[in-house]
Design a protein. Structure first.
Length: 129
């Protein structure tokens, strides 16, 4: 039988080498944005030579926000629930129902219809056997 030495799995040498793998890479402290006139100090963990304002990613976020806040036109619709039929105004092109109550009643009607069709299929399959 072999005795366990200092190079075994529980040895201190292996723990020390794994500690080095967990450390984050740093790029130097006190770096400044490379764009002329910008005095932004960069993080030691930022691999880029320029700050976030000069990378251009903020422009994409600004354009997305502008699209979200663009005013939508009002749409006049009729409630899709058969028992209601009220007209309502919305800016959401996907909205079908005038209120949550009508939306839930329509859902319950669909579920009930699906159960009745399922029960009829099961009954028909039993008769065929």
């Amino acid at each position: 039988m072999e005795s366990r030495g200092t190079t075994g799995i529980r040895g201190r040498k292996i723990c020390r080498s794994s500690y080095g793998m967990l450390k984050a890479k740093t790029y130097g402290a006190g770096r400044v944005c490379a764009v002329e006139g910008c005095g932004t100090r960069l993080s030691a963990y930022n691999p880029s030579t320029v700050c976030a304002l000069h990378t251009g990613s903020w422009q994409d976020a600004y354009q997305q926000e502008a699209r979200k806040t663009a005013p939508r036109e009002d749409i006049v619709r009729t409630c899709a629930f058969d028992g209601c039929g009220r007209e309502f105004t919305t800016t959401n092109p996907a909205k079908k129902y005038c209120c949550d109550a009508c939306r839930m009643r329509a859902f319950q009607a669909r579920v009930t219809a699906a159960r009745q069709v399922g029960d009829a299929n099961v009954a028909g399959a039993r008769r065929a056997c």
